[in-house]
Design a protein around this ligand. Sequence first.
Ligand SMILES: C[S@@+](CC[C@H](N)C(=O)[O-])C[C@H]1O[C@@H](n2cnc3c(N)ncnc32)[C@H](O)[C@@H]1O
Length: 236
Amino acid sequence: MAAPDKTPARISGMFDSIAPRYDLLNRVLSLGLDQKWRRRAVVELQLGSNARVLDLCTGTADLALATVARHPDASVVGVDFSGAMLSRGLVKVRTAALDRKIQLVRGDATRIPLADATCQGATIGFGIRNVAEPERALAELARVLAPGARLAILEFGQPRIPGIKTLYAWYFKYVLPAIGRRVSKHQSAYSYLPASVGTFPPPAEFARTIERHGFVTVEAVPLTLGIVYLYIATRR
Ligand SMILES: C[S@@+](CC[C@H](N)C(=O)[O-])C[C@H]1O[C@@H](n2cnc3c(N)ncnc32)[C@H](O)[C@@H]1O
């Protein structure tokens, strides 16, 4: 399968277009499981008190909000290059009166606008797959994380149990793009989703890539039968 075009202008433009319906589609297409996966990622950060956390590819800030919901003394910097996704996020942050706790910044994952070793945790929810140069983003994460800080990355996977695998492949390839196209009114964004997941490295390989960029004790934990993988790592 050929890797889809991930040039920053195409990806940010695509997320700008689907931003108004992004949260709704997440809830519907995941049957409400997406927020559960985010909460699990936050637990795995094992944050101490007053931690500063980076949420890379923050989109509409759901992971940033989940972090502060569990750790009210934490502060989060959410970084994303889609202005429209960040605008939706900002409305949610302001509605929750959390604008002093969550700061949303426009920026690229491969040039994180933060100083070295200034974060005690970092998350990426369903974002790394979209980054054209994921290894540069991992190197940047290693740069901004303090030694001992934990990284939690959520990304889609492909279930391996026979039967479930076939059923899910049918849902992911045909049903999800059809619903996504109808609700978002974007012709290709929800076909790009299975295409980008299909060309993402298998969990063991991606875990090794994380390890090569300054992380230890890297784990790839399957969630919901392997529909999603949670990668957990500690900054060396
Ligand atoms: C599928 S959304 C995930 C949003 C959010 N993390 C969540 O859990 O719902 C992927 C996000 O990654 C952002 N993104 C992709 N590549 C990026 C890059 N190179 N730099 C910054 N943001 C990027 C997109 O703009 C989009 O908002």
